[in-house]
Design a protein around this ligand. Structure first.
Ligand SMILES: [Zn+2]
Length: 320
């Protein structure tokens, strides 16, 4: 079963492998061209605006979340209706990019799966979504992007780094610096997995060859308002993104968690490379962010995608 492959800790994919299973078991076709369902959400954090561009919805069978059961999910009424289906069978998730516009800086955080490349997450078929059209609908040209951050190097976070042009992979954002964690890159280039190597070939090698990659440390400062923070576990070099402007704060999770249920249950897991470290990272960051005026934006959270973490007795919950 694909699920067993995933939960045994394949490093290459997480949401990817899960979605592949979901797609294989349900109807692949209906999930592959979800770009038209893009629900444009945006949030203002001081002088920084963050906009969500959806590539596809990602319905994931609830049993794929290690630890989750219908009974336990039902104990968290705040998960409904946005994040769990009425019958408790499906965790509603999403693959989206976050456009961060700060003074003098346009940054894309995570670049989804991308078009024209067959991946497990797309049921092995190349996608063709209007991702770039959605980008221009909010006034962003490819040339206007100053920087790209990949929170980690999994297929659903790096795809639109590049695009296929006349049979050749070229940088989608030719004037951007692509910020990639040094530790993440060093680890991932050695991973013995065919899809991971294909991803490095079509989504990373072309931006390296174009001289656009900057290998950065996990606490890299991008601009006065935006910085990275280490959040290892899901992958060895994973980073999250912190934003602060005019006293307001936001955090972009990356894949430290895939679903809001993990805010209450940091020990629930979905394909983490280092499960122990991942649990510690979730517990540490959620505790840091709880009851603070910090907008937490989930990289795979379905709409409404952002909210606050609040104490709820002995546990935490997410209030979208
Ligand atoms: Zn992911």
């Amino acid at each position: 079963m694909r699920r067993r492959t995933l939960l045994q800790g394949a490093v290459a994919t997480s949401a990817a492998a899960i979605a592949a299973s979901a797609l294989a078991e349900e109807s692949a076709a209906s999930n592959l061209d979800q770009g038209d369902t893009n629900e444009m959400l945006s949030w203002q954090v001081g002088r920084v605006k963050i906009t969500r561009i959806v590539e596809m919805d990602l319905p994931v069978p609830a049993e794929y979340m290690q630890g989750a059961t219908p009974t336990e999910l039902r104990k968290m009424p705040w998960l409904y209706p946005h994040f769990v289906s009425d019958d408790d069978s499906t965790l509603n998730m999403s693959v989206h990019a976050l456009l961060v516009e700060a003074p003098g800086m346009r940054l894309v955080v995570d670049t989804c799966v991308g078009n024209d490349r067959p991946r497990e997450i797309t049921g092995g078929e190349p996608m063709s979504t209007p991702f770039l059209e959605h980008l221009s609908e909010v006034g962003w040209s490819r040339d206007s992007v100053d920087a790209v951050v990949c929170t980690h190097l999994h297929v659903d976070h790096v795809g639109w780094n590049t695009m296929l042009e006349n049979g050749k992979w070229v940088p989608t954002f030719p004037k951007a610096r692509y910020l990639i964690g040094r530790a993440e890159y060093e680890f991932m280039r050695g991973v013995d997995d065919a899809e991971q190597q294909a991803m490095l070939g079509d989504s990373i090698a072309p931006i390296l060859e174009a001289g656009l990659v900057e290998l950065v440390e996990q606490d890299h400062v991008i601009s006065p308002e935006i910085r990275l923070t280490p959040s290892i576990g899901h992958t060895p070099g994973h980073v999250s993104v912190l934003i602060e402007s005019e006293g307001q704060r936001a955090a972009i999770t990356g894949d430290i968690c895939h679903h809001p249920c993990q805010i209450a249950h940091p020990d629930w897991a979905l394909g983490d490379y280092d499960p122990k470290a991942a649990v510690l990272t979730r517990a540490r960051l959620f505790a840091d962010w709880a009851d603070q005026p910090i907008l937490v934006i989930g990289t795979h959270f379905a709409a409404p995608t952002a909210g606050r973490i609040l104490s709820d007795g002995k546990t935490l919950r997410f209030e979208a």
